[in-house]
Design a protein around this ligand. Sequence first.
Ligand code: GRF
Length: 217
Amino acid sequence: MKRRVAILISGRGSNMAALIQAARAQDFPAEIVVVISNRADAGGLALAVQNGVATAIVESKPFGRDRAAFEAQVQSVLDEHRVELICLAGFMRLLTAEFVQRWHGRMLNIHPSLLPSFPGIDPARQALAAGVKISGATVHFVIPETDAGPIVMQGAVPVAEDDTPETLAARILKVEHRIYPDALRLLASGGIRLAGNICRTTGSIDHGQRLISPAPR
Ligand code: GRF
């Protein structure tokens, strides 16, 4: 039985699209049963519809600071679709500790940096300001602290001398689209075990892989 997944978005939805695309494969262990946006103008909504995925809009703005009331609405959509796993994909609303606890071990997020470096906003700009030579993306379980939680999978990219936050973010986005479906596959197929703040996986490492940046002459 495929695991039933909801994707929560606020914007353009390119990670959402990558997940939907991957889940089309017959042997993929999860199906995307609903996309929920907290913004009516999220570009990803049209993309989800085009792909034949059910959508729901639960606007967060009218709820103001009442996060719990907003989440109760979201939860009822999740219940309606019998959702088992959640993927946050550019979802720009903070969640309460209660909601996060309820979905403990069943809710993933993707962040465009190699966590724990550069949590928060504009991680590509933060990476350039720190002068790192390698950055990347992280899929992690959601815990109450923002951009933290057991790390499921990471993908690395080199940082170029002439990168701007935009060019670096674009390079990282490509690796996001690669690792988010892979991480969901791992979770949905039962290949993950949580040991406190550490995520143990059945994923294997590629012993031949090296990323050195800048490349030595
Ligand atoms: C991605 O960079 C994701 O890592 C971050 O927000 C961005 C969302 O982009 N959390 P998209 O909506 O998936 O295109």
